[in-house]
Design a protein around this ligand. Sequence first.
Ligand SMILES: Cc1ncc(COP(=O)(O)O)c(C=O)c1O
Length: 435
Amino acid sequence: MDGIQQALDTTCTRTRDMDRKNPLLLERGRGATFTDAEGRSYVDFTSCTGAAPLGMGHPRIVDAVTRHLADGGGILPGTMSRIRVDLALRLLDLFPHSERVAFMRTGSCATSAAVRLARAATGKNTVLTSGYHGWHDWQLQYQGDARQHAYDPRVHHFGYDADQLLALCREYADDLAAVVVSPEHDVMPTGHLEELISITHGFGGVAVLDEVMTGFRVGPGGLTARLDPRPDITVLSKGLANGTALSAVLLGPRVAGAHEATDLGNTYLRETTPFVVALESIDLLAEETARVHRTTASLGAGLNEVFSATGYPACAAWDDGILHLVFATGDLAGGFYRTMLDAGLFLGSGGTVLPGAGVTDDHVALAVRTARTLAEGTAATGHASPFETPDDALWQPFADFCADAFRATPSVADLWWTAKVAAQVKPAREKGALR
Ligand SMILES: Cc1ncc(COP(=O)(O)O)c(C=O)c1O
């Protein structure tokens, strides 16, 4: 604990760096396994919060980076490197709606660049937004606290609610620059994103899809490639360069010209190593993504079966490598994540689980067994089963989770539950009821 106290005194905060509930001082990792400062070993089910879907220290990436560093140290005197162009061409192939790529370092920088570009393209200022986009000033609406000194009054949050978006578009029709949305792919039904993009286009706004989380997790071309209509700007980051700092803003025809009209200067585009990692990662992801999706699905199905069979009031929702866990109470959630951690399984603590390529079937089986032992013990203490009641007793916890995790309104949570999530929970309930 001394190490943790020292970390807190010198460099960390309790809310951010200790992942709120998991007090681990991390030492090193490889694949999906990492150790803490006391030598305990864990399996990471978060892909380093989505940043490294191929796991830590992937041998092909380590090789490519080692060769690249030996060959010149990974830095050049200017931003216009051959490898930057190579990666831009690769991304334009993968995301065919786009014509230009602006590279940045982080997701926050890239979503801010998207807003700057949309404002430059339209000559307007109002931004309507749903979901998390980072920590910059215009993104503070997500915190819902207008008292924060950096709060940007030209930005309004609409909680994924199409009616609210429509009302705000009407209110700010003369000044609408952009609508920026982070998809919550595993819980959002097909069609919801398209509806939000159509409304945006109807009012002349620039549709920005924040695919920082989804872009390299759901498959080639991210969600953007599946949508009709498509967004005007797609933002990528996590998974793009498997844990090294790189992000990209992909500009479609309506906004490509704005790139010249605004300044997105960035010293560290001279650092070439993340581009090497990105080119290697894109190839590797083509080989690994289907397996990551299968791992995620078997974890989700296994957990839902345990929850239904034991009456443990929780459920899993998943799609394409992204999984969310919802618990009836915060105490149950805390107990679940602590129990997992004690068994050497790191699932974070906020409800988002993102297994990476290094997570094996054995790791999943251990997670499901650990959940079963916990749930059987907890069920014995008399929790009511959500699966025995005719109503979806997990609806309210799901709505609370959506409000807390995504700032989604109750009616949006209702739509997501009814149109997508309940279908994954109910088969487990029916199966569980037969036991
Ligand atoms: C959807 C989304 N957008 C933006 C960000 C911000 O990215 P970063 O933390 O790299 O600034 C995140 C980070 O979690 C994210 O999930």
